[in-house]
Design a protein around this ligand. Structure first.
Ligand code: 13P
Ligand code: SF4
Length: 364
């Protein structure tokens, strides 16, 4: 009897010891993997760590939000699971307005780099996280600031309006930013006798020339996602769905916009599908938007407008770099963080605050 008690105690001790050892080894492995992931953060753009596939990511993300007073701001182009776990989903204007007013200590941006930079400019003292630093934007890339500086020098008396889809550095060369929701209002806020340079999106710029009758000097940039729609395939789709309304984002090319029943920003497109009586919509913008359209109008059908390639839908490869796993890791380790120099913030911020002021005055 005495021996048995001794043996059981010994066995329990060994089990405990083995468990501790296992945990210790796991801890060491995790710490080592984290150190490597941090070292490679800028090369990869994100923390390249394995995530336990059995983990309930939604529950973990919600727990981290509360523990760290974090807010997740997501653009409509994010994958649906990310939209579902976000605290706020919106277009570029809504996201900037929300970022300007949040009480959260940490802003987690489920969007692309220029959006997180804008949030950082508006909140220089807060931590702004982006799940993948390589979630860039072809439109922002199409306007390198050093070249734009030379272009701007040719029109010294002009006001510079930049679409918010541009780098923080470009914002330092900008008088006022705009988004697709407020672009017309911002252009019209400039006195009629003043010349305007509009950058970087030539398609949005050309549409604004038509809408406002103003003679804008355009930078020759574009978004690869909105430039790829096939006119021919859209026409065929319209023949097959004669009742469908064709709606498009103003980043699309003029020949696509000319066919549209309605043109608007992502939030305006969503509103249109809710308010319009049609039961079918062909949608020419990034396909992530279809998730909110479908949630808001479950009885309607949404068809992504076909692009000029073999892909069936239209995804932004930058927006889609963010995944639930990367979002979770970002929130767990507070990395990667978006940082900006004080000088860039000081010079770039007025272009955003001015945009927000004009939008507020216009009731946007
Ligand atoms: P909005 O969110 O202003 O509609 O712009 C769409 C876009 O291209 C964001 O990258
Ligand atoms: Fe940039 Fe176009 Fe992607 Fe928007 S959809 S983030 S403009 S590349």
């Amino acid at each position: 009897m005495v021996i048995n008690v001794f043996q059981i105690a010994k066995q329990k001790f060994l089990e405990h010891f083995n468990n501790m050892n296992k945990k210790h080894n796991e801890y060491n492995m995790t710490t080592a993997a984290l150190a490597v992931a941090k070292e490679n953060l800028h090369k990869n753009g994100y923390l390249d760590l394995e995530v336990d596939p059995t983990l309930d990511l939604v529950a973990e993300i919600n727990k981290l939000k509360k523990e760290k007073n974090m807010i997740i701001l997501a653009h409509y182009y994010q994958e649906s699971e990310i939209q579902d776990v976000a605290d706020y989903i919106g277009d570029s204007l809504g996201l900037s307005q929300k970022a300007a007013n949040t009480e959260a200590d940490i802003i987690v941006f489920a969007g692309v780099h220029f959006m997180a930079e804008t949030a950082k400019m508006l909140n220089p003292k807060k931590t702004v996280l982006l799940p993948d630093l390589k979630a860039g934007c072809s439109l922002a890339d199409s306007c390198p600031p050093h070249l734009f500086k030379k272009f701007k020098a040719k029109y010294p008396d002009h006001v510079v309006i930049s679409y918010i889809n541009c780098t923080a550095e470009l914002k330092t060369l900008t008088d006022v930013c705009c988004t697709s929701t407020n672009a017309k209002t911002i252009v019209e806020s400039v006195p009629k006798d003043k010349g305007i340079i509009f950058a970087p999106d030539k398609n949005l710029g050309a549409w604004l020339i038509k809408k406002t009758g103003r003679d804008l000097v355009l930078w020759n940039g574009a978004c690869m996602v909105h430039e790829i729609f096939s006119n021919e395939k859209i026409t065929k789709l319209q023949i097959r769905h004669p009742e469908a309304k064709f709606i498009a984002h103003p980043e699309c090319e003029a020949h696509i916009l000319d066919k549209a029943d309605f043109i608007g920003s992502t939030s305006q497109l969503i509103n249109f599908t809710q308010e319009n009586d049609s039961k079918e919509f062909i949608v020419a913008t990034e396909s992530g938007i279809l998730h909110q359209m479908q949630l808001k109008s479950p009885d309607k059908t949404f068809i992504p407008a076909p692009p000029n390639n073999t892909c069936a839908c239209n995804n932004c490869p930058f927006m889609k770099r963010n995944t639930m796993e990367k979002l979770y890791l970002t929130m767990k380790y507070n990395l990667p963080e978006v940082t900006l120099s004080n000088e860039v913030i000081k010079k770039g911020l007025p272009s955003i605050t001015k945009m927000l002021e004009i939008s507020k005055a216009a009731g946007l």
